[in-house]
Design a protein around this ligand. Sequence first.
Ligand code: FDA
Length: 313
Amino acid sequence: MYVDSPALALLDRALVRVLPAVPKPVVRRISSRYIAGTTLADACRVVAGLNAEGKLATVDVLGEEIANPDEAATITQAYLDALEAIERNGLDANVSVKLTGLGLELDVDLARRNLSTVVEAAGARGNFVRIDMEDSTTVGDTLALYRELRLAGRDNVGVVLQSRLHRTIDDVRALADLEPSVRLCKGIYLEPASVAHTDYEEIRAAFVRALDELLRSGAYVAIATHDTFLLEHAKRLLREHGRTPDRYEFQMLLGVRPDLGDALVRDGHRLRIYVPFGTHWYEYSLRRLQENPKIAGYVAADTFGRFLPGRSR
Ligand code: FDA
């Protein structure tokens, strides 16, 4: 059981800083709800369960710290396998890719080729590819590669914008001519004040502004947040802009606030869950745990719970 208290809140903040020192097996156990498993079969099983609950999915192959072109090729192939499995199993899911996983930091041409391969394969199966957005140094290349694909006639591809970044409102305007499909999120990467809002309320306000602008520009929007304040503003803006449920979707992460997702589905909104799988689970897990406001409770329950009599694991 988790008990809210000022002391625990302090402990939560302290733990976020030392999380990288927490033993990997503990991180693995307490982050398991954020990850479908290590195999494609695990991802398909989780997606089938979500589909049965009326939720869509986007499948993410974990693996961003690649060191050579062979590793990028392995991830590219894993996406081709995922697209094949989605079709074979009749799942309602698309895929999300990280350009660093496809080789962006090794060579932009390598990432371009691997991205084209995945987008082409998805297109051949009537499926869609979302390009995740990574830290601010990758935004220029990511948006340029997205534009190239769209100008080459590939319509089954979308991008992500992060409200945290100062440049985002300009990016919304610059993308408008493409009638893009944009996932809007706050942005997970901590960025310096020179390029990003650093205040929580400013990031929220920038999210509302960017969403308003995206809706005005005619973009298809995927609203990716578990923040109830933003969910309420989003619903208001969708009403004001007269958006029908086929012209937007909400998105959430596997294992985060499923209660909020269930409520959206009950109210007739489209909801897509981000489903990561793979053997490179550590970095993603750390990011999710660092965002969990109740991290201390999880670490304590894992560490001390195992020593309590009668606890089954
Ligand atoms: P916030 O972090 O304030 O969370 C709101 C509430 O949700 C919290 O108070 C808590 O109750 C709950 N919550 C949030 N995280 C939790 C956790 N890990 N465990 C338990 N509870 C938690 N970022 C990026 O930079 N590039 C990208 O491509 C993407 N892609 C993406 C896809 C999808 C589908 C989602 C939902 C998010 C992303 N993100 C992302 C991450 C995003 O930028 C952001 O870091 C997280 O969504 C958390 O921000 P919230 O808006 O949920 O607010």
